[in-house]
Design a protein around this ligand. Structure first.
Ligand SMILES: Cc1ncc(COP(=O)(O)O)c(C=O)c1O
Length: 393
């Protein structure tokens, strides 16, 4: 008999669009946000930002980009799509690149080091920056998880030669990314406009998601008639295409595919507007509150431990990283029952075993529990309860 996890619950995996997420009066910013950094460019995704950032560095195909052993495949595919070389480096227990390894083993053809502020917890990148400077290597600071925050050296995004971020991880958008290149070796190409069809689709998708979670609020007055018309115009009833989840990671599959045209396109206006007008204080406060509640609930439990129990003061987390001793098969069951959880178990093929590396074990044991602003306290407590009943002991 297949084990089950008890009653399921519909918890949004991502921030939900709606007036509740809209900024009223714009107060003084309390935490640095990459959206305020001058010279940034909106892109269609974080991976598009990596691709465009690398293009702006004018590397040669033989040049190598080093990526952490703990990664999302979307950090690797832009590098390969441009025909560059990739290698993987080990990470220390705090998530920073192992400097000892870099000193001894970084390949001579390394031109770019990609470093991520995992989970939205800002890393002190000064030693890594110093290593890059000594070696003539460019730093790609991946802030996909860290839209907000300050590290001991200053704001996130302050040290990278290339800085990228991903909008839907923090704001109620379906897509979107951010790019800053400090000193482009070649100018960024002008991005093509999204076009009317993409704008319309993005607008309707936003409203449909909002309606699905009952968050249209005062938008209901105009949004419901619009959605009604759209429903009428649909020639045939839409059945949500259920994509079977592949059993393992396929590099040439859809998950990490790089769409060159889309990567060179502007994001839609709906995406940019939603990011710029999101209520930042709400984003920061709710995430911090969920993170703190999870850290308390999971502390001292058998079979699990918060990977970083203490939340740094000056940040907004993307997810709560929870180490689980025996993650399988519970991880799949958690996902099936609707728990908003992710795991980076799909590493790019060929990540070597490296002495002292924490990345490979994180990819198996670390569950990334979503803790975004549109999870209610009840949602969060249900997530905690699901984890406690199935992962302890
Ligand atoms: C650390 C990191 N970098 C880059 C990306 C790519 O961002 P996007 O999904 O917006 O393309 C991701 C996506 O999960 C990520 O986790």
């Amino acid at each position: 008999m297949t084990p089950s996890l008890g009653p399921s619950r519909v918890v949004p995996r991502h921030p939900v669009p709606g007036p509740h997420n809209w900024q009223g009066a714009c107060g003084a910013p309390t935490l640095h946000c990459l959206l305020d950094q001058p010279g940034t460019l909106f892109t269609t995704s974080g991976r598009a930002a990596i691709l465009l950032g690398l293009e702006a560095l004018a590397l040669s195909p033989a040049d190598r980009v080093l990526v952490p052993s703990y990664h999302c495949p979307t950090m690797v595919s832009p590098v390969l799509a441009l025909g560059h070389q990739v290698a993987f480096y080990p990470i220390d227990a705090d998530g920073r690149p192992s400097l000892a390894w870099l000193e001894q083993h970084a390949p001579a053809d390394t031109r770019v080091l990609c470093v991520a502020h995992f989970f939205g917890l800002p890393l002190d990148l000064r030693p890594v920056r110093a290593w890059c400077q000594q070696r003539g290597v460019l730093l790609l600071e991946d802030c996909a998880h860290a839209m907000f925050g300050e590290a001991p050296h200053g704001a996130v995004g302050a040290l990278g030669d290339v800085v990228i971020a991903s909008l839907p991880k923090f704001f109620a958008t379906q897509d979107g990314g951010l790019l800053k290149v400090a000193r482009p070796a070649r100018p960024l190409p002008p991005l093509t406009p999204a076009g009317a069809k993409a704008e319309l689709k993005s607008g309707f998708d936003t409203l449909e998601i909002s309606a699905r979670f009952g968050r249209l609020g005062r938008w209901r007055v105009w949004a419901e008639p619009l959605l009604g018309v759209k429903q009428l115009l649909r020639s045939s009833p839409t059945t949500a295409a259920t994509q079977p989840t592949p059993a393992g990671f396929v590099p040439e599959g859809d998950y990490a595919r790089i769409d060159m045209a889309l990567s060179h396109r502007q994001p839609t206006r709906a995406t940019v507007r939603a990011a710029l007008h999101s209520s930042r204080e709400r984003v920061i406060a709710q995430r911090r509150q969920h993170y703190a509640a999870m850290a308390t609930a999971f502390a001292g439990r058998a079979g699990m431990r918060p990977l970083f129990a203490a939340l740094p003061e000056r940040c907004a987390p993307y997810v709560f990283p929870l180490w689980v001793d025996r993650p399988d098969p519970t991880y799949q069951l958690l996902r099936e029952s609707g728990v908003p959880v992710s795991r980076w178990d799909w590493l790019w093929p060929g990540v070597p075993d490296m002495p002292g590396d924490h990345g490979k074990s994180w990819s198996l044991h670390v569950l990334q529990l979503h803790c975004h602003q549109d999870m209610s306290d009840q949602d969060r407590d249900w997530v905690i309860g699901s984890l406690l009943s199935h992962c302890t002991g």
